[in-house]
Write a new protein. Structure first.
Length: 73
């Protein structure tokens, strides 16, 4: 599964959605959807703008974590 750390990064930097919108030029709905982890797909250009503005790597925002599968007993 993919874990989204955008809200944590923004919290550490004390940034509001409006700050990121102003700094990146992205739509408020785009940033808000990512912040609240409500999006299913994201554009690479969007991630590029976020990484540049937040001064982080893509892997800092999105992380792949292996799904836990219950093994039969």
């Amino acid at each position: 599964m993919i874990v989204n750390h955008l809200s944590e990064i923004m919290g550490r930097k004390r940034l509001k959605v409006a700050d990121v919108v102003a700094g990146t030029g992205l739509a408020v709905n785009t940033v808000s959807g990512l912040y609240h982890d409500k999006v299913k797909r994201v554009d690479l250009d969007t991630m590029d703008k976020l990484c540049a503005f937040l001064e982080v790597k893509l892997g800092d925002i999105l992380e792949h974590v292996a799904d836990t599968i219950d093994e039969p007993k």
